[in-house]
Design a protein around this ligand. Structure first.
Ligand SMILES: [Zn+2]
Length: 417
C-alpha cells in the first residue's frame, strides 16, 4: 500500500485528536479496537485485532532488534489491561498507541527474524467484526535482511518524518503570525519525555510520560506568565515524538534553551535511589548510572518502532564541534544555576550534576539540559511526583533558574557592559 495514503489525514482528524486529549469524555469517531489475540507457534504466528470498521494500514519489519510495525490511522484502543505484555510464538510482546495526532501504531517485538507472510483486513462476516490480521513466518537472518532491502528503505518512517511538520501542536502555535511584528523574546523549548506508544518508566500505575507532560505544561504556564520568553513545547499531548524531531524543533525555533523533562526508575533489586538529577551532554558518561540512563532514554525511538539506523547522519563534525564547545559552556552554566535553585526546595540525588550521551541533548547550537525529576521506583519520590504542591515548588525554582540564566546571558551580550 502507498504510504502516502496513510498520511492523508484531513484537518478534522488532527484537531479531533488534540481535542480528545483535553476532553477525553467526548466520544471520538476513531475506529475502535476491542480485542487482540495471538495464535500459532514459533514457526508461524498470527495476530488478530477486532475492529468496529475496516481500516487501511501498512505493515513493515525492522531489524536490530527484530520488530514488525503496523501503521494505521488513529485508533481508539479499548483493549484489556496488560494486552500485549505476554507473547506467543514469534511475538515476544507488543505495544500500541498514538505515534502522532491522527496516527496509531502497533509495534511487535519478535523472538527472532520473521517475515510478514500476509497482512489484511477482513470485512465483517458471519457475526464476526472486521478484523486486522497479521501472519508472521520464521525465516533466517539472511532472508530477513534481503526482504528489508526489497521493501525499500526510504519509506520506513514516513509518518514520523512528517510529524514534525504537521503534528507538533506547541510548535505550530508558537510560529509568528503573518504580518505580526517579529517576536524577539528568547525561545525556551520544554521537552516532556516519551509519549504515545512510549510510556517511559512505570511504577505503581504511574507512567513517566504522563508525569512529565503534566510537569512540562505547569512549567510552561509559569514561565509564560512573565512574558519574557516564547515557550515552545515538543509535545503538549500524549503523542510520540522521535528524539531527532525534538532536537529539530529546538533548532528550527533557534531556541535559547532546551529543557528535557524525565523521571527515572531503578530496576527491581538494583537498590534504591532518590532525588532529582540534572544531566548535560558528554561523550562519556560521568558514571555508570549516567551511562545506563542515557542508554535507556536513547531507546525511546526503538520503543516507538522507529529504526535507529534511519537517523540522518551528523553533518560535518568539525563545524559542529566549534559551536558545541560554546553551547556546552552555556548548558553547564544553566545546569549549575538550576541545581543552585532546586537544592533549596527539592530533594536532589546525592550526585545531582551528571553528564552522558543523551541523543536529545545533541543540538550543537542550543544549550540543553535533561532533568530527571526523581525516581518513580522510590516511594517518596513518586509521592512528590504526583503532588501538586511539590510540582508547584519545583516549577518555581526552575523558573527562577531560567530567569537567572537569561539575566546573565543578556548582561554578557549587552553593549552597556
Ligand atoms: Zn525518560
Amino acid at each position: 500500500m502507498c504510504a502516502a495514503a496513510l498520511l492523508c489525514f484531513d484537518a478534522t482528524l488532527v484537531s479531533a485528536a488534540q481535542d480528545q486529549s483535553s476532553t477525553p469524555i467526548i466520544a471520538s469517531n476513531f475506529p475502535i479496537a476491542a480485542d487482540a489475540r495471538l495464535a500459532g507457534d514459533s514457526k508461524q504466528t498470527r495476530f488478530v485485532l477486532d475492529l468496529d470498521k475496516s481500516i487501511q494500514f501498512r505493515a513493515f519489519a525492522l531489524a536490530d532488534p527484530y520488530r514488525v510495525v503496523l501503521d494505521m490511522p488513529q485508533i481508539s484502543f479499548q483493549l484489556a489491561g496488560g494486552t500485549g505484555t505476554a507473547g506467543r510464538g514469534l511475538i515476544k510482546a507488543f505495544r500500541y498507541g498514538l505515534v502522532m495526532p491522527g496516527g496509531s501504531r502497533i509495534v511487535f517485538d519478535l523472538t527472532g527474524p520473521a517475515k510478514i507472510a500476509n497482512s489484511y483486513v477482513l470485512e465483517a462476516a458471519n457475526g464476526q467484526p472486521p478484523r486486522l490480521v497479521l501472519e508472521l513466518e520464521e525465516v533466517d537472518r539472511t532472508t530477513f535482511v534481503q526482504s528489508l532491502a526489497a521493501e525499500g528503505r526510504p519509506e520506513l518512517r514516513p509518518a514520523i518524518a512528517d510529524a514534525a511538520d504537521i503534528a507538533v501542536p506547541g510548535e505550530v502555535a508558537a510560529r509568528p503570525k503573518l504580518g505580526a511584528p517579529p517576536d524577539l523574546r528568547p525561545v525556551v523549548v520544554i521537552d516532556p519525555g516519551h509519549g504515545g506508544i512510549d510510556n517511559g518508566t512505570q511504577s505503581s500505575g504511574e507512567s513517566e510520560k504522563n508525569l512529565v507532560l503534566g510537569f512540562g505544561l505547569a512549567l510552561r504556564d509559569r514561565i509564560e506568565k512573565s512574558g519574557k520568553y516564547r515557550v515552545v513545547m515538543t509535545r503538549n499531548d500524549d503523542t510520540f515524538i522521535p528524539l531527532a524531531d525534538r532536537v529539530r524543533i529546538a533548532r528550527n525555533q533557534s531556541a535559547a534553551l532546551f529543557v528535557s523533562i524525565h523521571a527515572d526508575a531503578l530496576p527491581r533489586g538494583e537498590g534504591d535511589a532518590q532525588g532529582a538529577t540534572i544531566y548535560t551532554l558528554s561523550d562519556r558518561g560521568s558514571d555508570a548510572e549516567a551511562e545506563r540512563l542515557a542508554e535507556a532514554e536513547n531507546k525511546a525511538d526503538a520503543i516507538g518502532g522507529v529504526n535507529l539506523t534511519e537517523e540522518p547522519t551528523e553533518v560535518a563534525d568539525i563545524l559542529i564541534d566549534l559551536a558545541q564547545r560554546e553551547t556546552r559552556t552555556f548548558s553547564n552554566r544553566f545546569a549549575r544555576l538550576l541545581m543552585g535553585e532546586m537544592k533549596s526546595t527539592v530533594r536532589m540525588h546525592k550526585h545531582p550534576l551528571k553528564s552522558a550521551g543523551f541523543k536529545v541533548l545533541k543540538a550543537p547550537d542550543v544549550p540543553s539540559v535533561l532533568i530527571e525529576l526523581g525516581y518513580v521506583s522510590n516511594k517518596g519520590d513518586l509521592e512528590h511526583l504526583v503532588s501538586e504542591n511539590w510540582r508547584s515548588r519545583t516549577v518555581g525554582s526552575m523558573a527562577q533558574a531560567i530567569d537567572a540564566f537569561f539575566a546573565k546571558r543578556l548582561a554578557t551580550a549587552g553593549p552597556a557592559n
